[in-house]
Design a protein around this ligand. Structure first.
Ligand SMILES: [Zn+2]
Length: 719
């Protein structure tokens, strides 16, 4: 087994990799002041962004759930990879050759992260399939594409490939590229297995590569082409370490920037539909791969859409047929998870986007998407088909079905209009329908899968509450104990990724949405779910149940309490501001300022502990991007989140010059405060002294007081 990666090399990786670039692969970020960005937190579900990053110190911190860390910790969490594997991947991308502590040769091929090997195999397979599309045998595949209105350029644009009608074409190819271990080949999901061993899973099919957000190919979808093929029409990769169908979206790597920019997501059903949409200019289209659009897809989409209640549209296109309707209703079940408005676009005569483009041209695809109708309207009408509206019983049944759906409409201004519509569809009296709707307000609409999952309703407030993270008082936004799912409290992702030994991620739990309320009838879909209760800050770091700051701590840390510094005290506030400056802008400090800072006494215990961490870390840190990790490593675990918080807190500065002025003024005030303390000490000693006892000592102390006063004045002049 290879040894631990050398610390300098880990530091080098952290220095070279841009945190913002990495985070943006997963979260859409917007500016949040000088050198700072924010977006929807990938570690907990929220509706207003509290996830902040500060790339030049390489740190992220979520003011909502308290998650903090560096680029390595971030990727470990996103990709579920080990520490070593993550560093190896980043190093590979940054062109850094890693060295290992045991002086050995480093990892062998097999020891390099398995995930990387799987990605390599997929990359090779992807290229292989694409090359095969030009072979004579692939004529049938090229004809299929031409028949659907796609040119050779389109095929190249979407990396469409062809799997030869052979049992071992890909198998032989991968073996020739160094994949000789059957166990490893099995894990790729690219092969099936029979009595005589492995054979190609995809045979005689048109192939679409399915890629993750960062553009890595993680699986394939293949369409049947030959009449004698008894397999399914569409065949996808099975679940593997890198392919999770509940999370992959075909086309996401092409669409993600447009989704973020336009705040629109179009969900279509098939690979050719994604192609048709993009070719026709609807460049926000994606498709699920062999599964319905579910919770995992919603999470990914919301992060890209910056789904914070400030707009955004999700448009589903489904066939008008039975299967399409079922898919639409399934999508409607997840609808409440979006703040964005959800729509459905059904093609004329049940045509899908690919048909529409083929028969009516590019513009018709755009028109199809623009002809969208609200998803709930579709759900109401689809469900009402089960009732015979010519009978009284049928109409009452249909009303009983539809009223909760109308009552659950997110946009309350739309509810009366739809109540009226519903009355019209049913041919019933408006008053009666209105009463039914208000009666069922907050009651779960009965969809095919039983009662829908709902959000607990923290209060009746429909109005937008300002919940912008306040950089000065982020503590006010910490979650109230018990309000959030317990799963998150167990997730301790505070490893700064400094030590190779921190590879255990088994304690990490995927943050989960709140489940349905236990018997709480008064629920509604339009309640912001990350409703932190303002004004209930936790009293301490290290106390049980107070946000992520304590998560995952070992028994040795329990009982180690750090009261949350009371920043209403100006001196404590001063300390906090100074720590922010020191953590965020270590390079702005002169050697003299460092000297001064080392001697400063911090009064709040949490601040004093962070200050001590700074002192120990200052000896070894070389690059600002390693600075925060170094400090994190030196503070007690419950305080790591505080370090992250201080590292991303917004400074009151609008320009780079402002930042410089602010930093210097804070540092001066800190030193001045220190001088004031020292002077008070000295004056006390002088008072207690008899000058005739030790005249020299007395004079020396006097000179010291004068010197302190001179320095204090000098600092004042600088301010
Ligand atoms: Zn968070």
């Amino acid at each position: 087994m290879a040894g631990l990666i050398k610390r300098e090399d880990i530091d080098a990786v952290r220095e070279r990799v841009d945190l913002r670039e990495v985070v943006e692969q997963y979260v859409t970020l917007k500016g949040a002041g000088i050198g700072s960005w924010k977006g929807l937190c990938p570690f907990h579900d929220e509706r207003t962004p509290s996830f902040h990053i500060r790339p030049h110190v390489g740190t992220y911190h979520c003011f909502g759930c308290g998650e903090s860390g560096d680029v390595i910790a971030f990727l470990m969490a996103m990709e579920h990879t080990s520490f070593q594997e993550t560093v190896e991947r980043l190093a590979h991308k940054a062109g850094i050759t890693l060295r290992y502590e045991d002086g050995g040769t480093g990892p062998t091929k097999q020891e390099i992260g398995r995930r990387q090997r799987l990605l390599d195999a997929h990359k090779i397979a992807d290229e292989f399939f694409q090359a095969q599309l030009q072979s004579p045998e692939a004529q049938i595949g090229r004809d299929f594409l031409t028949g659907r209105g796609f040119t050779r350029e389109h095929a190249e644009q979407f990396s469409v490939g062809f799997a030869p009608k052979s049992w071992d074409a890909l198998l032989k190819h991968l073996r020739s590229k160094g994949f000789r271990d059957d166990e490893e080949l099995r894990l790729t999901g690219l092969f099936s297995e029979g009595n005589r061993g492995l054979y190609d899973r995809f045979r005689g099919r048109l192939i679409w590569p399915i890629r993750d957000m960062t553009g890595n190919t993680v699986g394939f979808g293949g369409r049947r082409l030959f009449d004698d093929d008894k397999g399914p029409k569409y065949l996808n990769s099975p679940e593997t370490q890198i392919y999770k169908k509940s999370q992959v979206l075909y086309g996401i790597e092409m669409a993600k920037r447009n989704i973020a920019k336009k705040r629109e997501l179009v969900v279509v059903e098939g690979y050719t539909d994604v192609m048709a949409c993009h070719v026709a200019g609807v460049d926000t289209a994606v498709a699920t791969c062999g599964t319905a659009f579910g919770e995992g897809h919603v999470k990914i989409s919301r992060r890209l859409l910056s789904d914070d209640g400030g707009g955004g549209e999700v448009i589903f296109t489904f066939d008008g047929d039975e299967a399409g309707q079922a898919a639409a209703l399934k999508a409607f079940k997840e609808d409440h998870m979006f703040l964005a408005r959800t729509f459905i676009a059904v093609g004329p005569e049940g045509m899908d986007p690919c048909d529409v483009r083929q028969h009516r041209g590019d513009d018709a695809v755009e028109e199809l998407i623009r002809s969208r109708r609200p998803l709930f309207e579709f759900a109401i009408r689809a469900g009402m088909k089960d009732y015979d509206l010519s009978t009284v019983e049928g109409r009452v049944g249909a009303l009983r079905y539809a009223a909760p759906v109308v009552a659950s409409i997110k946009d309350s201004a739309l509810r009366p209009a739809y109540t009226r519509e519903l009355a019209g569809w049913l041919g019933m009296d408006m008053d009666e329908v209105t009463r039914a709707v208000s009666r069922s307000h907050g009651q779960a609409p009965q969809m095919s899968g039983g009662p829908r999952r709902r959000q607990p309703r923290p209060d009746d407030g429909r109005g937008e509450r300002p919940r912008r993270p306040d950089a000065r008082r982020p503590d006010a936004r910490r979650p109230e104990p018990g309000r959030h799912e317990s799963g998150r409290h167990q997730s301790g992702r505070h490893q700064s990724g400094r030590s190779g030994a921190r590879q255990d991620e088994s304690h990490r739990t995927e943050s989960r949405r709140q489940g349905p309320p236990e018997g709480g009838p008064d629920t509604s879909w339009d309640v912001p779910e990350d409703a932190y209760v303002d004004g209930s800050p936790p009293d301490a770091f290290g106390a049980e149940g107070h946000g992520g700051a304590v998560a995952g701590q070992g028994p040795e840390q329990q009982g180690q309490l750090f009261p949350r510094p009371d920043t209403r005290d100006p001196a404590v506030m001063m300390e906090r501001q100074a720590l922010e400056v020191i953590l965020q802008h270590p390079t702005r400090l002169t050697a003299e300022q460092w000297e001064e800072i080392f001697t400063v006494r911090f009064t709040a215990p949490a601040h004093a502990a962070v200050h001590a961490g700074i002192r120990s870390a200052a000896a070894s840190a070389t690059d600002p991007r390693n600075w925060i990790s170094a400090v994190s490593d030196e503070v007690p675990q419950p305080l790591r989140s505080l370090v992250g918080e201080l590292a991303v807190a917004q400074l009151p500065a609008r320009t780079e010059d402002d930042v410089e002025v602010y930093c210097q003024s804070i540092l001066n005030r800190l030193v001045e405060l220190q001088i004031t303390h020292q002077k008070a000490d000295l004056l006390g000693r002088l008072q207690r002294m008899d000058p005739t006892d030790a005249p020299e000592e007395y004079q020396r102390l006097n000179r010291e007081v004068m010197e302190l006063e001179r320095r204090r004045r000098a600092l004042r002049a600088e301010d």
